[in-house]
Design a protein around this ligand. Structure first.
Ligand code: ADP
Ligand code: DP6
Ligand code: CO
Length: 354
């Protein structure tokens, strides 16, 4: 009789918000970027993905339910993750024939984001990091976070950085097969634990242009883009790593704001132009510039992903000033507060339903 057990594993994954942005692919199949990027992984109290992966001969086909809605899993990104993880499991099964043959069973993934999906708050990052780790745990794979980051990258580029907590880089790599396009920990959260982020939800609506298609349009049409990818970002990566090593918030803030602005400038330079920020986003920029002017130094740094929502980084010693000014200057904009966290994606429980 066929084994009808249901094997399950659950995970929870944090979002990461880049301070040096990934925008542009040199290989769209493997999600290999045109430039390296760097992010801060945020605590999971308010923003996190929870994912359960299951496999069983009782399921008829691979499936993914996101926030209660069935999703198409025939896309290349989901298929790449499933294929890579299955092949690692198949290798374990070949080496040890006593292991259950999970690699051939249909997968059922159930996931929930407790924050807006596809709104420029890194849902694809937390989402694919959680998906990859859940299946890796289901399959009891021994791979390290860096090795899993290579797989998560193929789901969504930014997802590779959510495998780690703290300050994380995604090194663009050189290999045509992507073997060296991986996430690395630049510094653990404990190195600079005072980092905080205010997340301002300007709009929870789904963005009009997905990150995937937006960056492809930029690479294809922006004349400014090659300068950003080839000249500006490589220098900024070096400077940002040094600023983090030195716990130099003024430099961290300067680079963060400049990089966000340049990313949105190449979006504007795309044909047709892409507008991710709106009037409220620009008001948030003005409030942060004013906070810094009044403080006489940079104590707050805004950054915007592919959406209108602002993330403002600051140090805990300036929390009252920064949050008070944001509240006063941006009336009615709801928000959360997060800190840099030690925890990347984490396995929760694993189970077996007979
Ligand atoms: P965001 O700015 O939120 O990252 P993207 O345009 O990059 O937006 O990606 C949004 C897409 O990521 C969703 O349409 C969905 O395909 C995928 N995604 C988001 N959350 C999850 C999740 N929890 N599990 C699997 N895929 C997810
Ligand atoms: C602006 O990782 O969502 O947030 O690889 O096509 O899934 P795909 O794109 P995605 O792009 C993120 C873009 C960004 C900057 C960043 O997170 O580095
Ligand atoms: Co995304």
């Amino acid at each position: 009789m066929a084994d009808a057990k249901i094997y399950t594993a659950s995970t929870t994954a944090p979002v990461n918000i880049a301070v040096i942005k990934y925008w542009g692919k040199r290989d769209t199949k493997l999600n290999l970027p045109t430039n390296s990027s760097l992010s801060v992984t945020l605590s999971q109290d308010d923003l996190r993905t929870h994912t359960t992966a299951a496999c069983s001969s009782q399921f008829s086909a691979d499936s993914l339910i996101l926030n209660g809605e069935p999703q198409d899993v025939s896309g290349a990104r989901q298929q790449a993750c499933f294929r890579e993880l299955r092949s690692l499991r198949a290798a374990l099964e070949a080496a040890d024939p006593s292991l259950p043959k999970l690699s051939t069973l249909p997968l059922k993934i159930v996931s929930e984001n407790n924050f807006p999906t596809a709104a420029g708050l890194a849902s694809s990052a937390a989402g694919f990091a959680a998906l990859v780790r859940a299946i890796a745990d289901l399959y009891q794979l021994p791979q390290s976070p860096t090795e899993l980051s290579r797989i998560a990258r193929q789901g969504s580029g930014s997802a590779c950085r959510s495998l780690f907590g703290g300050y994380v880089s995604w090194e663009q790599g050189e290999a045509a097969n992507g073997s060296d396009s991986l996430a690395l920990e630049v510094a653990p959260a404990s190195h600079w634990p005072q980092m905080r982020a205010a997340i301002l939800v300007v709009s929870a609506a789904k963005k009009g242009v997905s990150s995937t298609s937006g960056m492809q349009a930029t690479v294809a049409t922006s004349a400014l883009f090659p300068h950003r990818a080839n000249v500006v970002v490589p220098e900024r990566m070096v400077q940002m790593k040094q600023a983090i090593r030195d716990r130099d918030f003024e430099t961290f803030a300067d680079l963060t704001m400049r990089d966000s602005n340049q990313f949105h400038a190449v979006c504007l330079d795309t044909s047709p132009p892409i507008f991710y920020m709106n009037d409220v986003s620009r008001a948030a920029i003005r409030v942060v510039e004013e906070i810094n002017r009044l403080a006489g130094k940079r104590v707050a740094a805004y950054t915007f992903d592919a959406g209108p929502n602002a993330v403002v980084y600051y140090l805990d010693e300036n929390e009252d000033l920064v949050l008070g000014s944001l509240k006063g200057g941006l009336k009615g904009v709801p928000g959360w507060r997060a800190s840099v966290t030690a925890e990347g994606v984490q396995g929760l429980d694993q189970g077996l339903l007979e």
